[in-house]
Design a protein around this ligand. Structure first.
Ligand code: ZN
Length: 275
């Protein structure tokens, strides 16, 4: 190894540490200015907490968790910084899948056999963990779509889907509807694209305690820039749009040990069928 190369390597670690420290400080200052002290302190807590958890996972202890998306096994998932609050045992240290991504992955692993054998499966704002599992199995029938991302197969606005009526046999729409201003129009479009058969798989986080949908006046930076947080009255939207709906939860598909091992929460997935 020549001397210049050795010097570069010996400086690379301090440089990375310095850059990480500057990023951390910059992020904390930005949050204090725009959101206040609490989100800034949460960011710092999660950052240092995750350093501790990564070290803890290196200890030779029996694994408690297993990530179905990448196969990682360990004692603790990482904290998830949700800006206004944080979640414990949420993020896979290896592939960064959150509990909802692990749930979507497992859901389709089990559901794959019941997806109609012909017709397109259109996946809006595709989660890479689910996409990398479905694409090899469905081949050219699997179509990814997004309004902003350039790496997808189809550029599409959920409120004006550029597909003919009854063009798709399945639609996958996870964590999208709560960003769409005209949600009733978007659901009508999904119903049109499915025609009289097929199924819409839809997920949105729901408010706890049966509270009604909360509409924000603008995208809420403390709630991942959602423009609303749905309550169970979303069922009325499905009905108005011509869907009959069933809610599938992890508890209805997995036993207690599996739910604990994969670190799943109580979020469900709506299966919506044309009425
Ligand atoms: Zn993983």
């Amino acid at each position: 190894m020549d001397r210049n190369c050795h010097d570069r390597q010996s400086w690379s670690l301090p440089r990375r540490v310095l850059r990480a420290a500057l990023d951390l400080c910059g992020n904390a200052v930005r949050r204090i200015r725009t959101l206040g002290w609490r989100p800034a302190l949460i960011g710092l807590y999660v950052y240092f907490g995750n350093m501790v958890l990564r070290a803890y996972n290196r200890l030779p202890l029996a694994a408690r968790f297993e990530c179905p998306c990448c196969g990682w096994r360990g004692r603790r998932y990482l904290f998830h910084d949700v800006i206004g609050y944080y979640k414990t045992d949420s993020v896979c240290p290896d592939c960064r899948a959150h509990e909802k991504h692990r749930w979507f992955f497992l859901f389709f692993q089990r559901k794959l056999a019941s997806i109609p054998p012909d017709g397109s499966v259109v996946h809006f704002a595709p989660e890479p963990w689910v996409s990398s599992m479905l694409r090899p199995k469905l081949g050219r029938r699997y179509v990814t779509a997004d309004l902003c991302e350039s790496s997808v197969d189809l550029k599409a606005d959920l409120a004006a889907i550029p597909l003919r009526t009854a063009a798709a046999s399945s639609l996958i729409v996870f964590n999208v509807l709560d960003y769409v201003r005209r949600d009733l129009v978007a659901l009508g479009e999904m119903r049109r694209v499915l025609g009289c058969e097929g199924v819409l798989y839809l997920h949105v986080p729901l408010r706890a305690g049966g509270k009604p949908t909360l509409q924000y006046s603008c995208p809420d930076p403390l709630d991942s820039l959602h423009i609303r947080k749905y309550g169970l009255d979303i069922l009325e939207l499905f009905r108005k749009s011509g869907f009959r709906t069933a809610l599938v939860t992890p508890r209805s598909m997995f036993d207690r040990d599996e739910i604990q091992r994969y670190g799943l929460n109580r979020d469900g997935i709506f299966e919506c069928f044309p009425a």
